[in-house]
Design a protein around this ligand. Structure first.
Ligand code: PEP
Length: 261
């Protein structure tokens, strides 16, 4: 068993206003409290929309909840005339720990290139935020190049050219599995995660390869999470749709009940 602490990350996407966010976080926290969830063993993080972050931060702080706050995006710029953008420093000030970078929906709908993703990873490092670097292949790319080629190329570009590389997380999310109900097999997720770890060793160091968590994402549910996390290579999951459902999400957080590690 690896020493890496599993991370269960809930990406809410553009769902829930700040009041609904408070209600969901309370329900998640209460449900996990009822089952004595050990946050030191399995970290749980939520990634609400920007407009919810302050409310959720206040709740986590006031009630001393151990859920960790993530954001869904970060500007590559530090400050200035970038209408609509959110700077890393603003996120840090709200006790945000993680930030998604390069999610396929941003690559696809906002035309984020690998260069932009690299610059956003750099902005995260500069602001002491932990980027969750999302990589993954489309169905076409899977058929033409196999599962690992595109994710490895995307990761290489995201991690290139940094003066200092801080802590980071990688989320392997096959694009064809996001929000579609189609899932990669546990074997495919483990195989790609293994190859991504080998590239981290080449690109950064053996220590970073050993310490960095690699998540799987794509239609994860409480019923299929155990298969992914049974592998030594997969250190958690990035969950979209199912993260909005208390029973589903807390069921995912309790994956150790379904899998012997
Ligand atoms: C995601 O948005 O990162 C994701 C994996 O979504 P879903 O779980 O809905 O497929």
């Amino acid at each position: 068993m690896s020493d890496r602490k599993p991370l269960i990350a809930g990406n809410w996407k553009m769902n829930l206003d700040h009041q609904q966010a408070i209600a969901l976080v309370q329900k998640i926290a209460w449900t996990l409290k009822d089952v004595n969830h050990d946050y030191d063993k399995v970290e749980v993080s939520v990634f609400p929309p920007f407009t919810d972050l302050r409310s959720v931060q206040t709740l986590l702080d006031a009630d001393k909840l151990q859920l960790v706050l993530g954001a869904q995006d970060i500007s590559q710029h530090e400050s200035g005339a970038y209408t609509g953008e959110i700077a890393g420093a603003f996120l840090k000030k709200l006790d945000v720990r993680y930030v998604l970078v390069g999610h396929s929906e941003r690559r696809q709908y906002h035309r984020e290139t690998d260069e932009v993703v690299q610059a956003k990873v750099s902005a995260a490092f500069k602001n002491n935020l932990i980027p969750v670097i999302c990589v993954g292949e489309t169905l076409e790319e899977l058929e033409e190049q196999g599962a690992a080629a595109v994710p490895i190329r995307q990761l290489e570009q995201a991690l290139s050219g940094h003066k200092d590389i801080g802590e980071f997380v990688v989320a392997y999310e096959p694009v064809w599995a996001i929000g579609t109900g189609k899932v990669a097999t546990a074997e495919q997720a483990a195989e790609v995660a293994k190859k991504l770890r080998e590239s981290i060793e080449k690109l950064v160091s053996a220590e970073a390869a050993d310490a960095s968590r690699i998540l799987y994402g794509g239609s994860v549910k409480s019923a299929n999470v155990a298969g992914f996390l049974a592998s030594e290579e997969v250190d958690g999951v990035l969950v979209g749709g199912a993260s909005l459902d208390v029973t589903e999400f807390t069921g995912i957080c309790r994956f150790q009940k379904h899998v012997s590690l």
